[in-house]
Design a protein around this ligand. Structure first.
Ligand code: SIN
Ligand code: CO
Length: 383
């Protein structure tokens, strides 16, 4: 199968971004030719048995009563043949082929992507009509589902058929189709949608991250505190005589706002904060710290062997900021870069396996060896 890029047909990533992204839902039939599931239903069930992996089973009985069970699961037999869906979060952190499903979406920067959630549904299974606050691309894997997507509609009412299940009232679909293997559905935030499985079927949902302003402010404040910044006090040496003693004047407000914004405008601090914040994963990763630290001489031994590849841990979030100063961010950690280390950092950020030959070319200088051994010793890359 070819998942390197989407079969856009008459569209293109540019047209998609202009006309659809965050605006309109879209169904692309056969976006991927000969699509094959990157994980089997059995393997998915295996992941749902793990403590550190977030999973849910949503089921509905013939009376329309919804049930939500949270993993880890030990046994799936009680769920029977139909009317239920297993959803497993961040499967890309545990399955490299599933992580590779992100590559056709590289027209949206990596930091905007959250995870690949995989659902396995039995006939009539689904999670009901609902809204998400995030954009999602859903790739139909094996089987078929009936998908309906509507336009944002503030007359819809929120339903809570179960304490853990937010649904909305029925909506008028603008997309109403049966998805088949290789079809791709794009759903912008706050567009009601509902998928009902026709037969046993697997869906891969590429979910995006859009931080809330609340989250950004609270993380930023935590960062100021952790770095002992923002301890200076408000001052007002130019104060004029006030008209009353109880008024907070427009000038007072303005000065206080400017005083607070000064922290945001410390460019290098903001870069550190935002790079770390955006690359911080939200789900457990399979970090592979080496038993013994890899030093310069050990690395040169490794590089003398021809058939070794350097692999990134699946599901990592990696980004580079290269403005005034260059920094590589991996999983919420920062690595200062210099002009000599930028090329290696860019290779690492692409998260493709690197052969010893490729690494050798990139590690001719000591700074690169230090950067590489650093990411290997942290367990973000492995051999
Ligand atoms: C599903 O895969 O069943 C749900 C995906 C979604 O609605 O976002
Ligand atoms: Co959804």
């Amino acid at each position: 199968m070819n998942i390197e890029s989407v079969n856009w047909g008459e569209l293109s990533p540019e047209i998609f971004l202009k006309q659809y992204w965050q605006k309109k839902p879209l169904l692309i039939k056969q976006a991927f030719t000969d699509f094959e599931d990157t994980i089997s239903a059995d393997e998915l069930a295996g992941l749902a048995m793990e403590q550190e992996i977030e999973s849910r089973i949503i089921s509905v009985n013939n009376q329309g009563d919804w049930q939500v069970d949270h993993g880890p699961f030990e046994d799936f037999s009680k769920y029977g043949e139909d009317n239920w869906t297993l959803l497993v979060q961040a499967v890309n952190n545990w399955s490299r082929p599933t992580h590779n499903l992100l590559s056709p979406f590289s027209f949206i920067p990596n930091w905007r992507i959250d995870d690949v959630m995989v659902s396995f549904s039995t006939p009539k299974g689904g999670v009901g009509a609902h809204l998400d606050q995030y954009d999602v691309f859903i790739i139909q894997g094996s089987g078929k589902r009936h998908w309906q997507v509507g336009a944002p509609d503030n007359t819809l009412t929120n339903l809570l058929p179960h304490a853990d299940l937010k649904q909305v009232s029925p909506f008028t679909p603008v997309i109403d189709d049966i998805t088949e293997p290789g079809d791709l559905l794009y759903i912008p935030p706050n567009h009601p949608h509902k998928g009902v499985s026709i037969e046993n079927s697997v869906n891969f949902s590429i979910g995006f991250q859009a931080p809330s302003s609340q989250d950004l402010w609270s993380s930023f404040a935590d960062n100021l505190i952790d770095n002992n910044l923002g301890e200076q006090r408000f001052s007002d040496p130019e104060r004029a005589l006030p008209e009353t003693s109880f008024t907070i004047t427009p000038q007072d407000k303005q000065q206080l706002k400017a005083f607070m914004l000064k922290n945001l405008e410390q460019e290098s601090f903001f870069e550190q904060f935002i790079g770390q914040y955006l690359t911080q994963g939200h789900h457990a990763l399979e970090i592979l710290v080496p038993v013994e630290d890899i030093d310069e001489s050990k690395l040169s031994d490794i590089l003398s062997e021809p058939d070794i590849s350097f692999m990134p841990v699946s599901g990592l979030k990696v980004a580079i900021i290269n403005d005034k100063q260059a920094t590589l961010f991996i999983n919420g950690e920062s690595f200062a870069l210099e002009s000599q280390t930028l090329a290696l950092a860019e290779q690492l950020a692409q998260q493709k396996p690197l052969s010893t030959g490729e690494v050798k070319k990139l590690t001719v200088c000591l700074k690169n060896i230090q950067l590489l051994t650093n990411v290997l010793n942290k367990g973000y890359w492995y051999i």
